[in-house]
Design a protein around this ligand. Structure first.
Ligand code: GAR
Length: 203
């Protein structure tokens, strides 16, 4: 029996790209049902782009500073994503807020290193440590116009250990974040994802 055609996605990155690597590794198996059509970044010189190139996946870079307004950047990013025709987009360590052009055209899944709604923003691991919580974790959610406020699809908890630094805690979060992202992206690709009235469901 032949497998159904894989679902095409675009992945956005800004850094080391370990979550992207987990998706690239999973997508190597046809049964996973995902084809990474392209990887986009908001900056050059990052390992995330090298990981995509090593896997033979097309890349594009769309930098805010190459546009005269944030709105023009948003429109250009939407065009570049749209050129690859993805079914949905995955923000995997993409450290820019997406604008209305991207969000009105695409469903975007994001992975975040905290148990949202706790610790939104760009320094979630540091903020959790500074708050002195005993448990934090990671969240996969659908992006909306707010900062990490969109509907949650799945979460995994991670204990904070005495002596944890931002690096040690983030590494333990990533160890559970990678399989969670792979699971949810795979399910969204194979079963579909619906977003209505602020609620996201994968059947
Ligand atoms: C991940 O832990 C991701 O959750 C986080 O950046 C890291 C990227 O790692 N994203 C955010 O903090 C977004 N607010 P990676 O580049 O190795 O995948």
């Amino acid at each position: 029996m032949t497998s159904p055609a894989p679902t095409g996605i675009v992945v956005l990155v800004s850094g080391s790209g370990t979550n992207l690597q987990a998706l690239l590794d999973a997508a190597a198996d046809p049964a996973y049902g995902v084809r990474i059509l392209a990887v986009g970044a908001d900056r050059t010189g990052i390992a995330g782009l090298e990981r995509a190139q090593a896997a033979g996946v097309p890349t594009f870079v769309c930098r805010v500073q190459d546009h005269s307004t944030r709105g023009e950047w948003d429109a250009d990013l939407a065009e570049q994503i749209g050129g690859h025709g993805p079914a949905f987009v995955v923000s995997a360590g993409f450290m820019k807020l997406l604008g209305s052009q991207v969000l009105s055209r695409f469903t975007v899944l994001n992975t975040h290193p905290a148990l949202l709604p706790a610790f939104p923003g760009a320094h979630a691991v540091r903020d959790a440590l500074e708050a002195g919580v005993a448990t934090t974790g990671c969240t996969v959610h659908v992006v909306d116009a707010g900062v990490d406020t969109g509907p949650v699809l799945a979460q995994v908890a991670v204990d904070v250990r005495p002596g944890d630094t931002e690096d040690t805690l983030h590494e333990r979060i990533k160890a559970v974040e990678h399989p969670l992202l792979v699971e949810i992206v795979g399910r969204a690709a194979r079963e579909g994802i619906t977003v209505t009235q602020g609620k996201a469901t994968i059947p």
